[in-house]
Design a binder for this molecule. Sequence first.
Ligand SMILES: [Zn+2]
Ligand SMILES: [Zn+2]
Length: 371
Amino acid sequence: MDLIAIRQALHSIPEAGFAEVKTQRYLLECIAELPQQWLTVTTWRTGIIVRVTGYGAIKTIGWRADMDGLPIREQTGVTYASTHDGFMHACGHDCHMTIALGLLARVANEQPKNNIIVYFQPAEENPGGAEPMLAWLKTERPDLLPDVMFAAHVAPQYPVGTIATKPGLLFANTSELYIDITSVGGHAAFPHETKDASVIAANVLLQLQTIVSRNIDPLHSAVVTIGKMTSGTVQNVISGAARLEGTIRTTTPQTMEAVKRRIEAICTGIAASFECTVDVDYGSSYYEVNNTPHYAEALLAFAEQFDGTTAYACPAAMTGEDFGYFLKDIPGALFWTGANTAYGLHHEKMLPDEALLHVNADFVHAFLTSL
Ligand SMILES: [Zn+2]
Ligand SMILES: [Zn+2]
């Protein structure tokens, strides 16, 4: 199995969440080429679940790879760049799928002792595929639930072979945030006949800044960021509608609820004081990635002695990952794996070092079959 060719093929066909149709077809073709004696293949929406029956199983070990790309116009200049205009594998999910295929190739050729299940999960970026996939497994196919589960994410800033994780909280609770203000616009020279949505939006923006500084316990971290603000149409018309778009990040689910309660209180107050309508919508929310301490420590210890990897006990980050939903119910851990590229995740030039593919397929296979 030529992992570099596979990753390049996947890289060229990035697709949106729950629209990974070509990606699913390509993966199914790759899986069909493997020895099938102890494989069973199941599809769920655009995802794929491959169960490998062990020869003396006492447990079932899960490995998850996410499948979707991002609405970003690729600027890497590589020959195998995206053929889907305006879409790109800018978060390394092409690498994650390839590592999972590398793992499958190894266990399809040499039957493992324990059962191994590989989950190709759609829609990690948006709207979130882990939560509905897990809900489906629990209700329809509990036989396909693992006892323990792992996943990796490429990390641009680390050299290839770096395996970085930590016990407990690794990634934050996250939520999108959309605030729509509907008021009364009008002629720029008659402000008293309007309710200026730009001024209202500015007040919302400033009051949001008091949540982290004045409502949240300083020992409980939170982020409230408004990344985009739009209002009005032209210089001499008072705006009648404005929109703020942002994200919330917290290190506990309780802090997330506290931040949301304050946002709603502020918006209710602003609506009353400015005589307008303020609607709050959270879009997609992800549960924290909270590693089972024992398994994060086992990953680091294994990486330390494995040929080709080094372990790094990294700090937690305010990034989000919907793998957190699996870890809410199933013990396990997620780790960063070094990708050695100058550009960060979601950057139009993000290009992982392909050397990570074989290193990780070998590492993941060795680690999972050691459990
Ligand atoms: Zn991403
Ligand atoms: Zn990602």
